[in-house]
Design a protein around this ligand. Structure first.
Ligand SMILES: Nc1ncnc2c1ncn2[C@@H]1O[C@H](COP(=O)(O)OP(=O)(O)OP(=O)(O)O)[C@@H](O)[C@H]1O
Length: 292
């Protein structure tokens, strides 16, 4: 698990759990927002599992063309392999039936079974089961061990190490001088909520290395959304509308994200912070496609 950076309590917990999960021949469901590192964790589980001598096959369930899933299942080797299903909640009824059949086909297999399935979702799979959009029997098979992959805003302790790694990787990949961050820039990165999680941070680091190699990065070099991302405690209550106006919809989504962050993801508490009922908050989370 050496490439899973992070010393935050959440990451330490995950790192401790991974070897146990990798050793057990059970379905693992990785739950977390997009870009939080679910696929990287799945690869780490593969590397420590009985299937490590076989391939790690990925399938993106979102918007896959018809028959693509059946083809992927049909092309899996008969020997050990891990099949990583990204956004598993997007599989349609036929694909779900095929997957269940593939899993059930292994039931009599000698341990360890050759095929291991690691599924990932940013959706509430239980909710999809309740709505009848995802089969309960499949959910039970996939999700013997659920692992929560925290959003970056809940593991800001890992930000310096992750930033250093992404800068070094980008510098090496593009054969350019790495950038350095001024403390004032580091402070802004810590105050930002990172809706795109690790992927957004990796992209920013790569962009800075490409555009400003060898430079000391200050606030003036950071994108406007990071400059704007001031913490709630520093926002005046009587905000004056700026002359160029605002996007009320974006502002609402932003405040909801901040309330969720402040409440550690607890929706009832987040609703109270916003003066809303929990139901109204749930409705607005859906409206803004926020995964709370
Ligand atoms: N613990 C980690 N340490 C360092 N880099 C990481 C770590 N986890 C993920 N990354 C990097 O962060 C980026 C996003 O990770 P990944 O693709 O695994 O996220 P994801 O949750 O699977 O995203 P999505 O759901 O959008 O597919 C990648 O560039 C990956 O290399």
């Amino acid at each position: 698990m050496k490439n899973l950076i992070g010393d935050s309590p959440a990451m330490r917990r995950l790192r401790n759990t991974l070897p146990l999960v990798a050793a057990a021949q059970v379905g693992v469901l990785l739950r977390g927002e997009p870009g939080t590192g679910k696929e990287s964790l799945a690869r780490a589980i593969h590397a420590a599992s009985a299937q490590r001598s076989g391939p790690f096959v990925t399938f993106a369930c979102t918007g896959a063309p018809p028959e693509a899933f059946a083809r992927t299942l049909g092309q899996l080797p008969s020997g050990p392999a891990v099949l990583y299903l990204d956004e598993v909640g997007e599989l349609n009824a036929e694909e779900q039936a095929r997957l269940l059949f593939a899993i059930a086909g292994q039931d009599g297999a000698v341990a360890p079974a050759p095929l291991r399935i690691i599924a990932a979702t940013s959706q509430d799979l239980d909710g999809l089961v309740r709505q009848g959009r995802f089969r309960r029997d499949l959910d039970l098979r996939l999700c013997v061990v659920p692992l929560e992959v925290p959003p970056l805003r809940e593991r800001l302790l890992d930000l310096p190490a992750l930033t250093a790694q992404f800068i070094a990787q980008a510098a090496q990949r593009h054969r350019l001088e790495p950038v350095r961050l001024k403390p004032s820039a580091e402070r802004l990165l810590r105050r930002y909520l990172w809706p795109g999680n690790l992927r957004e941070l990796a992209n920013l680091c790569e962009r800075l290395v490409i555009l400003l190699p060898g430079t000391e990065i200050g606030p003036e070099n950071l994108p406007s959304e990071i400059l704007r991302g001031t913490p709630p405690s520093e926002q005046a209550l009587g905000i004056a509308l700026p002359p160029h106006g605002i996007d009320l919809n974006d502002l609402e989504a932003e405040l909801i994200r901040q309330a969720l962050s402040l409440s550690g993801g607890n929706k009832s508490r987040a609703a109270r912070l916003l003066g809303l009922t929990r139901d109204t908050l749930l409705y607005r989370l859906q409206k803004h496609l926020i995964v709370g």
